[in-house]
Design a protein around this ligand. Sequence first.
Ligand SMILES: Cc1cc2nc3c(=O)[nH]c(=O)nc-3n(C[C@H](O)[C@H](O)[C@H](O)COP(=O)(O)OP(=O)(O)OC[C@H]3O[C@@H](n4cnc5c(N)ncnc54)[C@H](O)[C@@H]3O)c2cc1C
Length: 421
Amino acid sequence: MDIKKDVVVVGAGGGGALLGLILARKQVNVMVLEQASGPPTGLRGEILQPNGQRILDKLGLLEQIPLDAIRPVQFFHFRRVGGKRLCTVDYGMLPSPYNRALVMWPNVVQQTVLHVFESEAPGALQYGATFKRILFDGERVIGVEAEIEGKSIRIGANLVVGADGPFSMVRKELKVSSQLHQYEESYLVAMLDGQDELAESQYFVGKQTILGIFPAAGNKVYVFYMIPSGALSRMKEGGTQALVNRWKAIYPELSQTFETLTDWKQTAYMGTGRVRAKNWVTEGAVLIGDAAHGMNPHASQGRMQAMVDADMLGACIETCMQTDDWSASALKNFETRRRPQVTMLQQLADEEVFFWNSGNPVLSYLRDRVFMTIDGNPRLQYQVLTATAGLRETPPFSWLDRVQAAGLLPDPRAQKVPVHS
Ligand SMILES: Cc1cc2nc3c(=O)[nH]c(=O)nc-3n(C[C@H](O)[C@H](O)[C@H](O)COP(=O)(O)OP(=O)(O)OC[C@H]3O[C@@H](n4cnc5c(N)ncnc54)[C@H](O)[C@@H]3O)c2cc1C
C-alpha cells in the first residue's frame, strides 16, 4: 500500500464530507477522496429541514453558515394550479428552535462543511482524486485504488465508505445488488432575482404540473418546476420566454420575477432517481447517502438523510476504533438503525409522486381532498410534517388516518397535536 488510513471515504458530497469532519474530530485517521477539483459551485436548490439543522447545529456548523445566505420560512402554501389554496403547512408546529425550514443559497451548506473540514483536518480531503477500484483480501475489503494527479495510488484502510452518490462505483465494485429506478418526471430549478413580494413558499399542483416557488435570502426566488425526464433539450428549443409564460399563467403575481429568466444558464436540470441497495454493509465497506438509498426530491430529505448517515456512522466507527472490531457485524448496527426512516421516506416520496405528479383526474381529486383535510386537521398535518422534517421514522399515516385524510371518515382527534414548550 502507498498510504494506510483507518477509514477512506469515497465522495465529499452531502454525506462524505460531513463524515470526514466527524471522524477527524474523533481522532480517526481519515482520508476523503473527491473527484471534483474543488467545492461545488453550480446551481442547486436546497432546503435545510429541521433534522439537518439539528445535526449541523450539534456540530457547531449551522452558526458558521453566512447568515445572508439563509432564509427561514415558516409557511408552505399548497395551491391548485388555477389559484385555489388547498393547504398551508406550518413549520411553527414543530419543536423550537428548529420550527422552520431554511431555504439556503446553492451549495453554502456544502461549502461550509468542506471549509471547516479542511481547516480542522488539513490534508484529509483530497480533491481531484478519482476512485478506481476496491482492493480485496479474499472477501474482505482492505482499501481502494484511486487516481490522484494522474498517478495510481493504493490506499489501505480498515473501512472503505462509499459516499459517491446514486451511480456509486463503490457499490458496483462491491457487487452489492441494487435497484436503480429513474422517475418519469424530473425538475428544472432556477434561482431568480425577486421583483415581487414573496414572503412565504408557494407550491402549485395541477394536471401533471408542479411549480414550487420559495423565497431565498437576498431577495432571491428559488423556482422548482416538474418536467418530463429527458425533456430538457426539447424544452430549450421553445426558448426561455415560453417557460416564463407557463409560470406566469400559473402564478401571475410573480410575473416580474419570472421575467428575469432570460438565459438557460440561470437554470439547472435535476434528475430524479431512487436507489435501493440490498445491503449497505459488507466486510470492510459501508455505503451511505444516495449510494445506499437515493430518493425522490418529494421527500425533501436526500441531503438530510446523507447527513444523518454520517452522524450515525461516525458514532459507530468510533466504537470500531475503541474495540478494534471492524467486522461487518459490528457495523451492521448502523444499517439496522437507519433503514426504517429511509424506507419510510422512500415510500412517502413515491406516494407523493403517484398522487401529486399525476394527470389522472381521480388521483388529482383524491390528492386535493387530502390537502384540504390536512389544512383543517392539525393532527394529520403534524404527522406529515414531522416526516418531511425528518423527525420521525414511522409512516405518518395509519390506514385509518388515510381514510380520514381522504375525507371518508370524520376524525374526532383532528385538533390533537403535541404541545411543545
Ligand atoms: C439540483 C439538486 C437539488 C437538490 N435539492 C435537494 C434539497 O433541497 N434537499 C435535499 O435534501 N436534497 C436535495 N438534493 C439531493 C441531495 O443533493 C442528495 O441526496 C445528497 O447530496 C446526497 O449526498 P451524497 O453524499 O450521498 O451524494 P452526493 O452529494 O451526490 O456526493 C457524491 C460525491 O461523490 C463524488 N464522486 C462520485 N464518484 C466518484 C469517484 N469515482 N471518485 C471520487 N469521487 C466521486 C461526487 O463528485 C460527489 O461529490 C438535490 C439534488 C440535486 C441534484
